[in-house]
Write a new protein. Structure first.
Length: 62
């Protein structure tokens, strides 16, 4: 998304998660920060189902 914000997909405890997270750099290495969200596949699917509604809300506010 940007230099310090990334989207990644990972598996944790047998569950696939979509991570949207801030990253920071230490010694040239990019490390995940505490700020962010991990969505389960169920949550990710619900978010995808509501993209049109979210886009409409963004247009109204913008």
């Amino acid at each position: 998304i940007s230099k310090n914000r990334k989207v990644s997909v990972r598996k944790w405890r047998g569950q696939v998660l979509v991570d949207i997270r801030e990253y920071w750099y230490k010694g040239g290495e990019c490390l995940p920060g505490k700020k962010g969200i991990s969505l389960t596949m169920d949550q990710w699917n619900v978010l995808q189902e509501h993209v049109k509604q979210i886009d409409s809300a963004v247009q109204r506010v913008n």
